[in-house]
Design a protein around this ligand. Sequence first.
Ligand SMILES: NC(=O)c1ccc[n+]([C@@H]2O[C@H](COP(=O)([O-])OP(=O)(O)OC[C@H]3O[C@@H](n4cnc5c(N)ncnc54)[C@H](O)[C@@H]3O)[C@@H](O)[C@H]2O)c1
Length: 247
Amino acid sequence: MDTGLTDKVAIVTGGASGIGLSCARALAGENARVVLADLDHESAEREALELGTDAIGASVDVTDPGSVQALVDTTVERWGTVDALVTCAGVFHATPFDEIDALEWDRVLGVNLRGTFLTTQAVLRVMLPRGQGRIVTIASLAGQAGGLAAGAAYAASKAGVVALTKSIARFAGPHGITANCVNPGVIDTPMIQAWPDDARERTIGATPLGRVGSPEEVAAMVVVLASDVASFVHGAHIDINGGLLMD
Ligand SMILES: NC(=O)c1ccc[n+]([C@@H]2O[C@H](COP(=O)([O-])OP(=O)(O)OC[C@H]3O[C@@H](n4cnc5c(N)ncnc54)[C@H](O)[C@@H]3O)[C@@H](O)[C@H]2O)c1
């Protein structure tokens, strides 16, 4: 199947680690040009070097509008445009509801929800005049289930990402740009090292496929959504959770 991704330009936020890094590798595997954008720019640059000449690492703080605009400008200066955006930058927390303070709430919502909004808005300024593009956002099963191990700010931020993606789909669809969201369940990345000790085993026990997922399994679906294969998939949210939640 031809994904049509050869020479397309993709920005992957959170591209230095976990799901974002797997997405960057999978897009590069389809011969796309990839910007691995992350707060951890040293890791992003190192991983981009591994991917070869059609990948660059870039520094971004997705909570900062100026930093996000600089990322988009750098990408356009380097490769002329942006064809796809994958928003993987995220932070996790598992603080009990009654212990979450306002600063923690704002930090989690700031990266996961505001960051998704800011990066998408900046990228759309490039995509809209061209009448084409692909936006793929990363929400979470936590947004559907209220957080099996995650705290309330994380769950609320991810439910917000689903709603935001639908709003993006309504706005950008008439301009030829698709927007879709994936809801990973428990995926084996550095992020779940922050989980409480017993939560991983409990969750595996409740998963019909009996294991956690790999970041490559999420990336495979992201590549489809970022490609020509999913040309009529729009405003969707797709579960990748081994059957842990079926709704
Ligand atoms: N791992 C899971 O089980 C799981 C499940 C559901 C959803 N997700 C979501 O998938 C996405 C990727 O998570 P992961 O598991 O790969 O985690 P990860 O910790 O491996 O990667 C997250 C990346 O985001 C970057 N980041 C954090 N704050 C940033 C900021 N302000 N600006 C730019 N980059 C920033 C980090 O430096 C890191 O490289 C996240 O949005 C996460 O919420 C993960």
